[in-house]
Write a protein that binds this ligand. Structure first.
Ligand SMILES: Nc1ncnc2c1ncn2[C@@H]1O[C@H](COP(=O)(O)OP(=O)(O)O)[C@@H](O)[C@H]1O
Ligand SMILES: Cc1cn([C@H]2C[C@H](O)[C@@H](COP(=O)(O)OP(=O)(O)O)O2)c(=O)[nH]c1=O
Length: 186
């Protein structure tokens, strides 16, 4: 199974995706990936290099092409848990003003996940949780991104979990229960 975690920065994706991967013995990976394109993207996110929002959308899609090869390879042997994937591009880049049809078309070759966990969180709590800030970590922007994610959740049937007032352990339990439900059906 290909399992994706989405949500705004500070929602708990990295923590929870790693915990689930460990529990189900899956391969854990993330985007922006550690491909050369991914490394370039991190330079842009830290504010060192400035590019047009459409250029950044193209770079995320290019990184995803590289990364998807690795995911496909790993899926032959085991489950893959991925911290951010296609829906990060739809949510963040569309809120940044890039046309959604354009984002979808350049991501034509992305895989369809079997499960998407959308972790939501109160924005103030999220901002308190994240220490290093990137170009997207501003309150109004993140509120819009979370709203966009919730719109996508309805359209694509994500499993939505609010992490605001829950411990890491309790969120993990909830995720595991949901995973087991889907696993039994498959
Ligand atoms: N449910 C939670 N309650 C309190 N702190 C949390 C919770 N989940 C994650 N954190 C903490 O918040 C910070 C950001 O979490 P992280 O998993 O990196 O989020 P993301 O990958 O979504 O940005 C980390 O320091 C982590 O330990
Ligand atoms: C994968 C991806 C990430 N992003 C953004 C979201 C984050 O602000 C930033 C880096 O992601 P990440 O390192 O996952 O940040 P965090 O752990 O704080 O959530 O890149 C996009 O805008 N589009 C994308 O397609």
């Amino acid at each position: 199974m290909f399992i994706v975690f989405e949500g705004i920065d500070g929602s708990g994706k990295t923590t929870q995706s790693k915990l689930l991967a460990e529990k189900i013995k899956a391969f854990w990976t993330y985007e922006p990936s550690n491909s050369d394109v991914g490394k370039f993207i991190r330079e842009i996110l830290s504010g060192n290099i400035k590019v047009d929002d459409k250029t950044l959308a193209l770079l995320f899609a290019a990184d995803r092409v590289e990364h998807t090869k690795l995911i496909k390879e790993k899926l032959k042997e085991k489950d893959v848990v991925c911290d951010r994937y296609l829906y990060s591009s739809i949510a963040y880049q569309s809120v940044a003003g890039v046309d959604e049809d354009f984002i979808n078309s350049i991501n034509k070759y992305a895989l369809k996940p079997d499960i998407v966990f959308l972790l939501i969180v109160d924005i103030e709590v999220a901002l308190k949780r994240v220490k290093t800030k990137d170009i997207f970590e501003k309150k109004d922007f993140l509120m819009k991104v979370q709203d966009k994610y919730l719109e996508l959740a309805e359209k694509y049937n994500f499993i939505v979990i609010d992490t605001t007032n829950k411990s890491i352990k309790d969120v993990h339990k909830e995720i595991l229960e949901q995973y087991n439900k889907v696993y039994k059906q498959s």
